[in-house]
Design a protein around this ligand. Structure first.
Ligand SMILES: Nc1ncnc2c1ncn2[C@@H]1O[C@H](COP(=O)(O)OP(=O)(O)OP(=O)(O)O)[C@@H](O)[C@H]1O
Length: 787
């Protein structure tokens, strides 16, 4: 190191020390303000009722009282809000104190002096609030750091483009307020830093990547224009990372108008939800709303139908090949996920304008009081030009009117008298309280016996009628199951071709519906039809929707989501090579070009997660793998161990786990092809070693050894992956390629494949140089030859 370099390091260290002093000062100041605001809020809460005038004598007084309470409540909530903001800022300052910044650029804007810009997770100003000591990584000027090497550079601000020259680009690793290392970088954002970050151990929670965002990823993060942003990225290319930093960016860029509750992330499973949940808080932002598509389906349909989940569908496809209706179901899944099926339902909807809706009788105390035929007549009497949903609305009002008329009639019936006699004391008291409320608490007793009786009669009838009215309001009088069933029983005029297996598809669909089962492939079409009849559901509060693992959505599901969030921008992230669900393969998928002019596609080809050796192996597993570029991080080659029986498998895997632990790896996954295999592996090893079994209900995972089915490992990563049985018997079908690839690409540092008998064709077709064959292999081959 020369003198100049030493001097630079010293100066940077001094600056960090100064920065810590400044941050400490800001923390102290804010702390004092926080205490004042907190005691203000506490005081306000204590004296809340002293400062409002409560007078309910006259209507005017009531209004005045109301206004005074409202004012007081607003004052209190304003104090509490600012206390919340102070608390949030204090947390950010604590993070800045630990690591004030991670980058520096010196930029000379045309015609200006050189300015040193330090980048951190949040901005920080000097005591006079005149200069930025640290710039937020999301500030317009910060994009220089991600987009350019030293040399000519420019960035976009709301006022226009600013050009100039970057004279220095530097990176820091600062922990506990002390500089650990510093590098000046060239073309990309420091290989050194990225090497260091990627070389560390996997964690059970995803980390933020703001210090090392790559140029292509930055395009995703800062994209503001596209209504539909499609990110196609290879495994481990940072799709999820980019999505989460994009959320943080949007929250910063539109902080006046956009809040975290206006952003929704659809993730592949609940485990993934918890995996990503710490990234935004780490960046000082609140988490966006998170859900899974399954959760959404369950919330809409789960209370009335047995909705099959996506994993059960996948398990069927993986395990039930011998089932009599396997091929029919495959065809059914394909067709029901397609836009043709959506068109088919639309044709059906056109036909039921004229006839074919089904309703249910409405019963009251065991008698039909509004018959399904009457409802049907009422519906079809209405003007055909009105939409179905509008007509349903009118019919609903009509039924409620009928129920109200019926309620009046019921009041005169003898059962009401009997019920009154049987009223429990509590029921009577409840009725009396309702009476008092109705008379604005001005009456302490019923006026006379007649009045009491009249009131109780009404109460008793209303009590019985209420649930009925509620269910009419929920449109439960529509017989949705029967209506949907017609899709499979009626001849529907349709110009496109139906699948060759249509007849059998109809049969299996009807059988399931009769058992009240909505298979996963039926759930979205059913919901679509239901909403077309009942009135479309749209969500207006969500402004940005993110769909991770988007390749696993069928075109039908995607079209449904687009209609559900008509005013949202969408970001889709996916990788066709990880399309584990049948409907997402070999058919038009949501990534394929469509003439949507507002759509922008960004392709990520570099894989950051795994070592170069693992990527060199995994890219051979997929068809267009030569486009996958490994990040240059060295590691061990993947290994293949062929074993002859279950016992051998158990001991070899156990030995491997011990070795991995010895090397310091803390998250190790034994990945099974399905839930059953993961469980078997767990049971086989449970008496020898501590580990967790992850099942589809699991919502988080801990450091250590996990046994997990491949589909649950989607989106997450481990230090080392052990594939429990990568045999040809287990992975011998072309349709299992993506599942195999997904499992292997979960590994960051080591990948070990075990095979009970001959290894899968996905392995044997790989160049031999990409993996090491261990132990028994030669013996096995010899035996095979002898046989
Ligand atoms: N720019 C980056 N700097 C540091 N780490 C990065 C960067 N980009 C990606 N990574 C790391 O690479 C790993 C994979 O990232 P991520 O999970 O976002 O990829 P993905 O494309 O969603 O993967 P998959 O589709 O395989 O689930 C993570 O550990 C992430 O932290």
């Amino acid at each position: 190191m020369n003198n100049e370099e030493e001097k630079e390091i010293r100066q940077e260290k001094e600056r960090i020390d100064q920065m810590i002093v400044e941050i400490d000062h800001a923390i102290k100041k804010l702390h004092n303000r926080g205490s004042d605001v907190k005691s203000d809020a506490l005081e306000l809460r204590k004296t809340f009722w002293q400062d409002v005038t409560v007078n309910l004598d006259e209507p005017d007084d009531v209004i005045e009282t109301f206004t005074s309470i409202k004012q007081q409540a607003e004052l209190l909530s304003e104090r509490e809000r600012s206390h919340g903001q102070i608390h949030k800022r204090l947390k950010t300052l604590a993070r800045l104190k630990d690591s004030p910044y991670f980058g520096r650029i010196d930029f000379k804007e045309e015609g200006e002096e050189v300015e040193s810009v330090y980048l951190g997770i949040a901005s920080f100003m000097d005591r006079n609030e005149e200069h930025f000591l640290i710039y937020d990584w999301r500030a317009p000027i910060s994009s220089l750091y991600y987009d350019f090497p030293p040399g000519p550079a420019s960035y976009v601000t709301p006022e226009g483009m600013i050009s100039g020259e970057m004279t220095l680009k530097r990176q820091f690793i600062i922990r506990n307020g002390k500089m650990i290392s510093m590098f000046d970088t060239g073309i990309t954002i420091g290989d050194e830093l990225l090497q260091e970050v990627l070389g560390s151990n996997a964690t059970t929670q995803m980390k933020s990547i703001v210090a090392t965002i790559q140029k292509e990823q930055n395009r995703i993060i800062r994209n503001e224009k596209s209504k539909l942003l499609v990110v196609q990225g290879v495994a481990g290319s940072g799709k999820t990372s980019a999505a989460l930093q994009r959320v943080a960016y949007l929250l910063y860029r539109y902080r006046e108008t956009l809040a975290s509750e206006n952003i929704m992330l659809f993730s592949p499973n609940p485990l993934f939800n918890s995996y990503v949940s710490t990234v935004l808080p780490e960046l000082g932002e609140e988490n966006m709303k998170q859900t899974t598509f399954q959760e959404y389906l369950d919330s809409q349909l789960g209370s009335h139908y047995r909705v099959e989940d996506s994993f059960s569908q996948l398990e069927f496809l993986l395990n039930e090949e011998s089932s009599a209706y396997y091929h029919t179901r495959m065809a059914s899944i394909r067709f029901k996920g397609s836009l043709s099926f959506k068109d088919y339902i639309d044709s059906f909807l056109d036909s039921i304008h004229l006839g074919g809706l089904y309703f249910k009788n409405i019963f009251f105390r065991g008698r039909v009081i509004v018959s399904k035929m009457d409802i049907l007549d009422q519906f079809y009497q209405l003007d055909m030009k009105m939409s179905i949903a509008n007509r349903i609305q009118i019919v609903q009002d009509w039924i409620i009117k009928c129920l109200r008329t019926q309620a009046k009639k019921e009041q005169k019936k003898s059962w009401v008298e009997e019920e009154i006699q049987l009223l429990e004391k509590e029921d009577y008291l409840a009725a009396f309280n309702a009476y008092k409320k109705k008379h604005r608490y001005k009456k302490d007793t019923f006026n006379d016996f007649e009045e009491e009786k009249k009131f109780l009669v009404k109460q008793v009838v209303n009590r019985e009628m209420k649930p009925l009215i509620r269910s009419v309001k929920q449109l439960r009088f529509i017989d949705m199951k029967k209506i949907y069933q017609q899709i499979f029983t009626e001849q529907i005029p349709f110009t496109q071709e139906l699948p060759a297996e249509w007849e059998q598809i109809c049969q299996i669909s009807i059988t399931a519906l009769q058992k009240n089962i909505l298979s996963y492939e039926d759930a979205t079409p059913f919901l679509y039809l239901k909403e077309r009849i009942e009135g479309k559901k749209v969500n207006l509060s969500i402004r940005h929707v993110f769909i991770d693992e988007a390749q696993d959505y069928s075109p039908f599901q995607f079209a449904y989501l687009k209609e559900l969030f008509p005013y949202s921008k969408m970001t889709l992230l996916g990788d066709m090579n990880q399309a584990i669900f049948l409907h997402s393969k070999d058919m038009v998928n949501i990534f394929q070009e469509d003439p949507d002019s507002e759509k922008e596609t960004i392709v990520l080809t570099k894989s950051y997660r795994s070592t170069k050796q693992i990527v060199e192996f995994t890219r051979g597993l997929v068809l267009d793998g030569d486009k996958i570029e490994p990040f240059n991080r060295e590691g061990r080659k993947p290994t293949l161990t062929i074993v002859s029986d279950e016992q051998d498998l158990k001991w070899k895997v156990l030995e491997r786990i011990h070795k991995l632990r010895h090397r310091g790896y803390q998250t190790i996954a034994v990945i099974g092809k399905n839930a059953n295999e993961a469980k078997q592996a767990f049971l086989a090893l449970a008496d020898q070693i501590d580990g967790y079994l992850m099942e589809k209900g699991s919502i988080h995972y801990e450091k250590g050894l996990v046994f997990i089915p491949a589909y649950l490992a989607k989106g997450i990563e481990f230090d080392a992956v052990i594939m429990y049985n990568a045999s040809q018997k287990n992975y011998g079908r072309e349709m299992e390629r993506e599942l195999f690839y997904t499992s292997c690409t979960r590994a960051m540092h080591e990948l070990h494949l075990y095979s009970l008998g001959t290894e899968s064709m996905f392995i044997s077709r790989q160049p031999e140089t990409t993996y090491d064959v261990l132990e028994n292999y030669e013996n096995m081959k010899l035996q095979e030859r002898k046989l």
